[in-house]
Design a protein around this ligand. Structure first.
Ligand code: ADP
Length: 400
């Protein structure tokens, strides 16, 4: 009998979901996926099947009072009709922070939930929404296991030096240290690379997850040894609306000399900076591409320049570079951005095949390139499903 598994990625105003069926072999097959958006204003639930056909579309124009739990209830209602009698094995949840304790996916019970609650101060903008979804699903489906899959876990074995901020050591012991994020995406990319090119997967590879959130991960033999995000998902690259790394003195200046409150500073660094802040136009790369204004070009150029600079640092952590992988919205689709970043790394032997790059081909390096360059579409929802299955003892090792 086939069984099913639901992946959830719950944020403040949206919930992404994907439904997989699991046959005897344990390989999850994607059957439908979608989003609930506009939570708190005018919610909209939409899902498509693998042929791109809408399988559900609902709007609540006056639904500002509908909570995450109400809307997950609607999702469960739809799911009930869509399961065709299949048993729902589990719900897998993306949870941004596992701290130092959770180094792999875990089945959630009251004790685990309390320990995950204690990590909310480390990711206040994301963790509470992730946990609210787990609570809501536990209430709605008390018999179904809820499994937390962490964005930090892929980086748990980074060398100790890579986890340390140069702050007084008592703070490190309190958890103020580098964790790294986008781990579900990197886990997926790492497994895919092992299927596509096992020899390269054993080497020194940088994966660049370039989406609204953006980071890079240095992988040796498929495991993270360094990454650009640190204590929070604010560190590292220029992002859609986040600043990435900046001089902490600038933050102090904003608070002490310009009189900005901590809340105003946080909102500026997370929501008004990055591509949006530099361009003054948009956080969306496609919009900047269409703009033609010099501020848009400057934002695009800064995004690329900072990516090259961070890649240089990660190469030092790896002691060289054998492979480079682009993934997520910009990494998978923006040929010009890949070309700029690769041009900035020409000194390291990176050379593109222009036609392959323009075509978003799976391998975009030229035959002469010392570094193999790949475009690998990420699939965090599938990774959640795979991790959830392995937690239930249904193996999907090595598949992606
Ligand atoms: P999220 O972090 O929200 O999952 P995505 O991975 O979907 O983000 O990436 C969103 C980014 O990808 C946006 O800046 C968007 O403009 C960009 N993007 C998507 N498609 C293209 C494209 N064809 N060309 C350039 N940028 C694109």
């Amino acid at each position: 009998m086939t069984r099913a598994l639901l992946s959830l990625n719950a944020g403040s105003s949206s919930i992404k979901f994907a439904l997989f069926v699991v046959d005897g072999g344990g390989e999850p097959l994607h059957v439908a996926g979608g989003k609930i958006e506009g939570i708190g204003t005018a919610p909209h639930l939409a899902a498509k099947d693998d042929n791109g056909e809408h399988v559900v579309e609902r709007r609540w124009p006056d639904g500002e009072g509908l909570t995450h739990e109400d809307l997950l209830g609607e999702l469960i209602g739809w799911l009930g009709n869509h399961l065709d009698g299949r048993e729902l094995l589990a719900v897998g949840h993306r949870v941004v922070h596992g701290g130092t304790e959770f180094v792999g996916p875990v089945r959630v019970d009251d004790g685990v939930l309390a320990r995950l609650d204690a990590l909310c101060p480390l990711a206040p903008l994301h963790q509470p929404h992730n946990l609210a979804a787990i609570r809501a699903m536990t209430d709605l489906l008390p018999q179904v296991p809820q499994i937390a899959c962490f964005d930090t876990a892929f980086h748990h074995a980074m060398p100790p030096l890579a986890t340390r901020l140069a702050l007084p050591r008592a703070l490190h012991d309190e958890g103020i240290r580098r964790y790294g994020f986008h781990g579900l995406s990197y886990d997926y990319v790492s497994r895919r690379l092992r299927q596509i090119d096992p020899a390269l997967a054993d080497g020194r590879v940088i994966a660049a997850h370039l989406g609204n959130g953006a980071s890079m991960c240095a992988m040796a033999g498929g495991a993270s040894v360094d990454t650009t995000m640190g204590f929070t998902a604010l560190d590292g690259l220029v992002m859609g609306t986040r600043s990435g790394s900046l001089d902490p003195g600038a933050v102090l200046h904003l608070i002490e000399r310009k009189g900005m409150s901590a809340a105003e500073t946080e909102a500026m660094l997370y929501q008004q900076s990055g591509l949006l802040g530099v361009s003054g136009i948009s956080s969306d790369m496609r919009v900047l591409r269409q703009s033609g204004r010099p501020e848009a070009e400057e934002a695009i150029a800064l995004f690329a320049w900072r990516a090259v600079r961070e890649a240089g640092g990660l190469m030092s952590s790896l002691g060289g570079l054998d492979g480079l992988v682009f993934t997520a919205g910009i990494g998978e689709n923006d040929a010009d951005m890949r070309a700029r970043i690769c041009a900035g790394l020409a000194w390291a032997g990176v050379a593109l095949d222009q036609a392959a790059n323009e075509a978003n081909a799976p391998i975009i390096s030229s035959a002469a390139s010392a570094v193999k360059v790949f475009v690998i579409p990420t699939d965090e929802e599938r990774m959640i499903a795979m991790q959830a299955l392995s937690t239930l003892g249904i193996g999907t090792e090595g598949t992606a």
